[in-house]
Design a protein around this ligand. Sequence first.
Ligand SMILES: [Zn+2]
Length: 268
Amino acid sequence: MMQKNTMGDLIYFTSPQLSEQKELKHLFTSRLGGVSKGHLSSLNLGFSLGDNRENVIKNYEKICLALKVPLSSVVPSKQVHGDAVYVVCKEDAGVFPPDPERPGCDSLITQEKGITLAGFYADCSVALFYDAKQKAIGVAHSGWRGTALSIYKKTVLAMHANFNTNPRDILVSFAPSIGPCCFETDSDVPEALYYALTQKINPFIKKVGQKWRIDLVGINRMILQDAGILGEHIVDSGHCTGCEPEFFWSHRKTGGQRGVSAAFISMQ
Ligand SMILES: [Zn+2]
């Protein structure tokens, strides 16, 4: 479960297992405490959702103040519902919106200190990764497409390949995402998930009338444990973006008229 924090009108969340790590700074934003207007009111962190750049930058500045990191340290991910993992370097930081030359990528990892990774959610699953032994961090975005591609497992493999990370040392904290209570789909989504992940996902898919309900976090927790992460190192947010539209952006509940939240992580 996450902890709720406030700073003025800003409301954000933190994960107790990551808060305990002295060299880490992290937080998960809500939709509250920013300066964006209209259907993007108020804490929108996306540059491609019709907001003006100054408002989005002001929103980032408020978050950076809460995190106590400079804006110039932030590397926003460029999410494309794929399975590529990108090793972030210093040159990627502080470019808003991100450099069009940087490849689209749903997972960012780094061992660089003083860099702040940001991954975005408005129903999709996003997870923060931390390896205290090899001193490495990551953030990855896993909607149902990324889940079918096992993007979280590929993040663990990339941390192992690049940083010699042992999965047993990784802590994972989930951002708020859409729960099985609200994630209702047609048959295409369960079909794609079954095709990629086999019958193992049975406990996380329910047929209700002519629709299906998907437990995205449950499936991703299984994928992480298959990748060698210990169950007790995986912490759920305890929130559903669909059930709490007053706190969180939900793509589904707003019909796409929405801003976007972000999970931030930085190693000092
Ligand atoms: Zn819900």
